[in-house]
Design a protein around this ligand. Sequence first.
Ligand code: GYE
Length: 313
Amino acid sequence: TESGDGADGKAAPPDRNGKETLKLGFAQVGSESGWRIAHTNSVIGAAKDAGIELLFRNADQSQERQFESIREFIRQRVDVIAFSPKTETGWEEVLSEAKDAGIPVILSDREVKVKDDSLWTAYIGSDFREEGRRAARWLTEQADREPDRVYRIVELQGTPDSAPALGRKKGFEELIRDDDRFAYAASLEGDFTKRSGKELMAEALEKFGKSIDVVYAHNDDMALGAIEAIEAYGLKPGKDILLISVDATKSAMDALSIGKLNLVVECNPLLGPQLMKAVKDVSQGKDLPMKIITSEGVFTQELVKQVKRNREY
Ligand code: GYE
Protein backbone atom coordinates (compact mmCIF):
# COMPACT_ATOMS: atom_id res chain seq x y z
CA THR A 1 0.00 0.00 0.00
CA GLU A 2 1.02 3.61 -0.38
CA SER A 3 1.45 4.17 3.32
CA GLY A 4 3.87 1.25 3.49
CA ASP A 5 1.66 -0.59 5.94
CA GLY A 6 1.18 -4.30 5.54
CA ALA A 7 -2.28 -5.61 4.69
CA ASP A 8 -2.67 -6.79 8.27
CA GLY A 9 -2.22 -3.25 9.53
CA LYS A 10 1.24 -3.93 10.96
CA ALA A 11 4.09 -1.68 9.85
CA ALA A 12 6.11 -3.31 7.10
CA PRO A 13 9.82 -3.87 7.86
CA PRO A 14 11.87 -0.90 6.70
CA ASP A 15 13.33 -1.29 3.23
CA ARG A 16 16.95 -0.36 3.81
CA ASN A 17 18.52 -1.38 0.50
CA GLY A 18 21.84 -1.19 2.30
CA LYS A 19 21.61 2.61 2.37
CA GLU A 20 20.92 3.15 6.01
CA THR A 21 23.19 1.84 8.74
CA LEU A 22 21.53 -0.35 11.36
CA LYS A 23 21.77 0.99 14.89
CA LEU A 24 22.16 -1.42 17.80
CA GLY A 25 22.03 -0.43 21.46
CA PHE A 26 23.86 -2.85 23.76
CA ALA A 27 23.45 -2.63 27.55
CA GLN A 28 26.32 -4.67 28.99
CA VAL A 29 25.97 -5.87 32.58
CA GLY A 30 29.49 -5.01 33.76
CA SER A 31 33.18 -5.93 33.58
CA GLU A 32 33.07 -8.46 36.41
CA SER A 33 35.03 -11.30 34.82
CA GLY A 34 37.47 -12.41 32.14
CA TRP A 35 34.50 -13.97 30.36
CA ARG A 36 32.70 -10.64 30.33
CA ILE A 37 35.70 -8.76 28.90
CA ALA A 38 35.93 -11.33 26.08
CA HIS A 39 32.18 -10.99 25.49
CA THR A 40 32.39 -7.19 25.31
CA ASN A 41 35.28 -7.37 22.85
CA SER A 42 33.39 -9.87 20.74
CA VAL A 43 30.29 -7.64 20.55
CA ILE A 44 32.29 -4.51 19.69
CA GLY A 45 34.45 -6.31 17.11
CA ALA A 46 31.54 -8.07 15.45
CA ALA A 47 29.51 -4.83 15.15
CA LYS A 48 32.44 -3.23 13.39
CA ASP A 49 32.87 -6.19 11.03
CA ALA A 50 29.15 -6.24 10.25
CA GLY A 51 28.98 -2.49 9.59
CA ILE A 52 26.44 -2.02 12.39
CA GLU A 53 26.49 1.20 14.40
CA LEU A 54 26.84 0.23 18.06
CA LEU A 55 25.79 2.26 21.08
CA PHE A 56 27.53 0.45 23.91
CA ARG A 57 26.81 1.11 27.59
CA ASN A 58 28.31 -0.68 30.57
CA ALA A 59 26.16 -0.88 33.72
CA ASP A 60 28.85 -1.89 36.21
CA GLN A 61 26.62 -4.65 37.63
CA SER A 62 23.71 -2.28 38.31
CA GLN A 63 20.26 -3.23 37.03
CA GLU A 64 19.15 0.41 37.43
CA ARG A 65 21.84 1.49 35.02
CA GLN A 66 20.73 -1.14 32.54
CA PHE A 67 17.21 0.31 32.75
CA GLU A 68 18.63 3.78 32.04
CA SER A 69 20.62 2.55 29.04
CA ILE A 70 17.63 0.74 27.54
CA ARG A 71 15.51 3.88 27.96
CA GLU A 72 18.24 5.93 26.32
CA PHE A 73 18.27 3.50 23.37
CA ILE A 74 14.50 3.84 23.05
CA ARG A 75 14.80 7.66 22.98
CA GLN A 76 17.51 7.39 20.34
CA ARG A 77 15.26 5.12 18.27
CA VAL A 78 17.80 2.36 17.71
CA ASP A 79 16.76 -0.48 15.40
CA VAL A 80 17.48 -3.26 17.88
CA ILE A 81 18.28 -3.41 21.60
CA ALA A 82 20.46 -6.19 22.98
CA PHE A 83 21.50 -6.70 26.56
CA SER A 84 22.91 -9.08 29.08
CA PRO A 85 20.44 -8.91 31.98
CA LYS A 86 22.03 -8.78 35.41
CA THR A 87 19.17 -10.70 37.00
CA GLU A 88 16.34 -12.85 35.67
CA THR A 89 13.58 -10.75 37.22
CA GLY A 90 12.48 -7.11 37.18
CA TRP A 91 12.37 -6.44 33.44
CA GLU A 92 8.62 -6.21 32.72
CA GLU A 93 8.33 -2.45 32.73
CA VAL A 94 11.35 -1.44 30.69
CA LEU A 95 10.86 -4.23 28.14
CA SER A 96 7.22 -3.18 27.70
CA GLU A 97 8.46 0.29 26.89
CA ALA A 98 10.75 -1.14 24.19
CA LYS A 99 7.89 -3.23 22.83
CA ASP A 100 5.57 -0.20 22.71
CA ALA A 101 8.27 1.67 20.80
CA GLY A 102 8.40 -1.25 18.32
CA ILE A 103 12.05 -2.05 19.04
CA PRO A 104 12.97 -5.76 19.12
CA VAL A 105 15.05 -6.95 22.09
CA ILE A 106 17.66 -9.70 21.91
CA LEU A 107 19.06 -11.27 25.07
CA SER A 108 22.78 -11.90 24.85
CA ASP A 109 24.01 -14.62 27.19
CA ARG A 110 21.59 -14.30 30.13
CA GLU A 111 17.87 -14.98 30.14
CA VAL A 112 15.00 -13.10 31.75
CA LYS A 113 11.93 -14.41 33.51
CA VAL A 114 8.90 -12.37 32.42
CA LYS A 115 5.23 -13.32 32.27
CA ASP A 116 4.96 -12.24 28.64
CA ASP A 117 7.64 -13.81 26.46
CA SER A 118 6.74 -11.52 23.56
CA LEU A 119 8.74 -8.86 25.44
CA TRP A 120 11.90 -10.35 23.96
CA THR A 121 12.66 -11.69 20.50
CA ALA A 122 15.53 -14.15 20.93
CA TYR A 123 18.08 -15.49 23.41
CA ILE A 124 21.62 -16.23 22.28
CA GLY A 125 23.79 -17.98 24.86
CA SER A 126 24.45 -21.11 26.85
CA ASP A 127 22.44 -23.77 28.62
CA PHE A 128 23.50 -22.97 32.17
CA ARG A 129 21.70 -25.86 33.78
CA GLU A 130 23.53 -28.27 31.52
CA GLU A 131 26.81 -26.61 32.54
CA GLY A 132 25.94 -27.35 36.17
CA ARG A 133 25.15 -30.96 35.31
CA ARG A 134 28.48 -31.28 33.50
CA ALA A 135 30.30 -30.09 36.63
CA ALA A 136 28.43 -32.58 38.82
CA ARG A 137 28.83 -35.44 36.35
CA TRP A 138 32.60 -35.13 36.56
CA LEU A 139 32.46 -35.06 40.36
CA THR A 140 30.33 -38.20 40.55
CA GLU A 141 32.83 -39.92 38.24
CA GLN A 142 35.65 -38.99 40.62
CA ALA A 143 33.63 -40.33 43.51
CA ASP A 144 33.02 -43.62 41.69
CA ARG A 145 36.78 -44.21 41.75
CA GLU A 146 36.99 -43.75 45.52
CA PRO A 147 34.13 -45.61 47.16
CA ASP A 148 33.16 -44.86 50.77
CA ARG A 149 34.40 -41.30 50.63
CA VAL A 150 32.16 -38.35 51.42
CA TYR A 151 32.72 -35.06 49.60
CA ARG A 152 31.98 -31.84 51.47
CA ILE A 153 31.31 -29.11 48.97
CA VAL A 154 31.64 -25.34 49.10
CA GLU A 155 29.66 -23.72 46.32
CA LEU A 156 30.59 -20.18 45.27
CA GLN A 157 27.52 -18.79 43.56
CA GLY A 158 27.48 -16.06 40.93
CA THR A 159 25.36 -12.91 41.13
CA PRO A 160 22.08 -13.60 42.98
CA ASP A 161 19.06 -14.08 40.68
CA SER A 162 21.26 -14.12 37.56
CA ALA A 163 20.44 -16.78 34.97
CA PRO A 164 23.92 -18.37 35.05
CA ALA A 165 23.99 -18.60 38.87
CA LEU A 166 20.49 -20.09 39.04
CA GLY A 167 21.07 -22.56 36.23
CA ARG A 168 24.50 -23.68 37.34
CA LYS A 169 23.22 -24.28 40.86
CA LYS A 170 20.13 -26.14 39.75
CA GLY A 171 21.88 -28.42 37.26
CA PHE A 172 24.61 -29.31 39.75
CA GLU A 173 22.13 -30.07 42.53
CA GLU A 174 20.05 -32.24 40.24
CA LEU A 175 22.82 -34.80 40.07
CA ILE A 176 24.16 -34.80 43.62
CA ARG A 177 21.07 -34.07 45.74
CA ASP A 178 20.02 -37.65 46.31
CA ASP A 179 23.53 -39.07 46.48
CA ASP A 180 24.81 -39.37 50.06
CA ARG A 181 28.41 -39.30 48.97
CA PHE A 182 27.96 -35.53 48.65
CA ALA A 183 27.12 -32.86 51.22
CA TYR A 184 27.19 -29.09 51.14
CA ALA A 185 29.43 -27.45 53.72
CA ALA A 186 28.18 -24.11 52.39
CA SER A 187 26.63 -22.46 49.35
CA LEU A 188 27.63 -18.80 49.33
CA GLU A 189 26.42 -15.83 47.28
CA GLY A 190 29.14 -14.10 45.28
CA ASP A 191 29.07 -11.82 42.26
CA PHE A 192 31.30 -13.52 39.66
CA THR A 193 34.35 -11.44 40.63
CA LYS A 194 37.71 -12.84 41.70
CA ARG A 195 37.51 -10.68 44.80
CA SER A 196 34.25 -12.24 45.98
CA GLY A 197 35.64 -15.73 45.33
CA LYS A 198 38.67 -15.01 47.47
CA GLU A 199 36.72 -13.43 50.32
CA LEU A 200 34.06 -16.12 50.46
CA MET A 201 36.61 -18.91 50.31
CA ALA A 202 38.66 -17.34 53.12
CA GLU A 203 35.49 -17.24 55.26
CA ALA A 204 34.62 -20.83 54.40
CA LEU A 205 38.12 -21.97 55.34
CA GLU A 206 37.88 -20.15 58.66
CA LYS A 207 34.68 -22.05 59.43
CA PHE A 208 35.25 -25.46 57.92
CA GLY A 209 39.03 -25.67 57.48
CA LYS A 210 40.43 -28.93 56.19
CA SER A 211 37.05 -30.62 56.12
CA ILE A 212 36.32 -29.01 52.73
CA ASP A 213 36.85 -31.47 49.86
CA VAL A 214 35.48 -29.65 46.83
CA VAL A 215 34.92 -26.09 45.65
CA TYR A 216 32.36 -25.59 42.90
CA ALA A 217 32.69 -22.02 41.62
CA HIS A 218 30.10 -20.63 39.20
CA ASN A 219 32.86 -18.98 37.16
CA ASP A 220 36.62 -18.96 36.64
CA ASP A 221 37.28 -15.65 38.34
CA MET A 222 35.74 -16.80 41.61
CA ALA A 223 37.70 -20.07 41.36
CA LEU A 224 40.93 -18.13 40.81
CA GLY A 225 40.14 -16.05 43.89
CA ALA A 226 39.43 -19.24 45.85
CA ILE A 227 42.79 -20.67 44.77
CA GLU A 228 44.53 -17.66 46.35
CA ALA A 229 42.55 -18.08 49.58
CA ILE A 230 43.34 -21.80 49.75
CA GLU A 231 47.04 -21.15 49.25
CA ALA A 232 47.01 -18.39 51.87
CA TYR A 233 45.45 -20.90 54.26
CA GLY A 234 48.34 -23.28 53.62
CA LEU A 235 46.54 -25.92 51.56
CA LYS A 236 47.14 -27.07 47.98
CA PRO A 237 44.38 -26.17 45.52
CA GLY A 238 43.66 -29.02 43.11
CA LYS A 239 45.10 -31.58 45.57
CA ASP A 240 43.93 -30.99 49.15
CA ILE A 241 40.76 -29.40 47.76
CA LEU A 242 39.31 -30.22 44.33
CA LEU A 243 38.22 -27.19 42.28
CA ILE A 244 35.60 -27.02 39.55
CA SER A 245 34.76 -23.85 37.64
CA VAL A 246 32.81 -22.66 34.62
CA ASP A 247 33.82 -20.49 31.60
CA ALA A 248 37.25 -21.76 30.39
CA THR A 249 39.04 -18.46 30.04
CA LYS A 250 42.76 -18.47 29.42
CA SER A 251 43.78 -17.85 33.03
CA ALA A 252 41.65 -20.78 34.21
CA MET A 253 43.10 -23.00 31.50
CA ASP A 254 46.56 -22.05 32.78
CA ALA A 255 45.57 -22.93 36.35
CA LEU A 256 44.14 -26.22 35.07
CA SER A 257 47.34 -27.09 33.24
CA ILE A 258 49.46 -26.62 36.38
CA GLY A 259 47.07 -28.68 38.50
CA LYS A 260 45.48 -25.93 40.61
CA LEU A 261 42.07 -26.49 39.04
CA ASN A 262 40.56 -29.91 38.35
CA LEU A 263 37.73 -29.29 35.91
CA VAL A 264 36.64 -26.36 33.80
CA VAL A 265 33.22 -26.42 32.16
CA GLU A 266 33.19 -24.43 28.95
CA CYS A 267 30.96 -21.39 28.40
CA ASN A 268 31.59 -19.51 25.17
CA PRO A 269 31.71 -15.69 25.35
CA LEU A 270 32.33 -15.10 21.63
CA LEU A 271 28.70 -14.33 20.90
CA GLY A 272 29.17 -11.13 18.87
CA PRO A 273 28.98 -12.55 15.33
CA GLN A 274 25.78 -14.51 16.04
CA LEU A 275 24.25 -11.42 17.61
CA MET A 276 25.00 -9.26 14.56
CA LYS A 277 23.47 -11.86 12.28
CA ALA A 278 20.35 -11.88 14.46
CA VAL A 279 20.23 -8.06 14.40
CA LYS A 280 20.29 -8.09 10.60
CA ASP A 281 17.74 -10.89 10.34
CA VAL A 282 15.27 -9.31 12.71
CA SER A 283 15.61 -5.93 10.95
CA GLN A 284 14.75 -7.61 7.66
CA GLY A 285 11.62 -9.01 9.23
CA LYS A 286 12.90 -12.58 9.33
CA ASP A 287 11.74 -14.87 12.11
CA LEU A 288 14.40 -15.83 14.64
CA PRO A 289 14.45 -18.99 16.74
CA MET A 290 13.55 -18.06 20.33
CA LYS A 291 16.71 -19.70 21.64
CA ILE A 292 20.08 -20.05 19.98
CA ILE A 293 22.19 -22.25 22.27
CA THR A 294 25.98 -22.44 22.06
CA SER A 295 27.56 -25.90 21.93
CA GLU A 296 30.18 -26.47 24.62
CA GLY A 297 32.28 -29.10 26.38
CA VAL A 298 34.43 -29.62 29.47
CA PHE A 299 38.19 -29.50 30.04
CA THR A 300 40.06 -31.81 32.42
CA GLN A 301 43.75 -31.60 33.36
CA GLU A 302 44.49 -34.26 30.71
CA LEU A 303 42.44 -32.57 28.01
CA VAL A 304 43.84 -29.10 28.54
CA LYS A 305 47.25 -30.32 27.35
CA GLN A 306 45.77 -31.22 23.99
CA VAL A 307 43.98 -27.98 23.29
CA LYS A 308 45.82 -25.08 21.80
CA ARG A 309 47.21 -22.67 24.36
CA ASN A 310 46.71 -19.64 22.16
CA ARG A 311 43.11 -19.14 23.21
CA GLU A 312 41.48 -15.92 22.18
CA TYR A 313 40.23 -15.15 25.66
O1 GYE B 1 29.93 -17.19 33.21
C1 GYE B 1 30.56 -15.12 34.17
C2 GYE B 1 30.09 -13.76 33.87
O2 GYE B 1 26.56 -14.49 31.96
C3 GYE B 1 27.52 -16.46 31.11
O3 GYE B 1 28.72 -13.93 33.55
C4 GYE B 1 27.76 -15.16 31.77
C5 GYE B 1 28.51 -15.23 33.08
C6 GYE B 1 29.89 -15.84 33.03
O4 GYE B 1 30.39 -12.83 34.75
O5 GYE B 1 31.94 -15.21 34.18
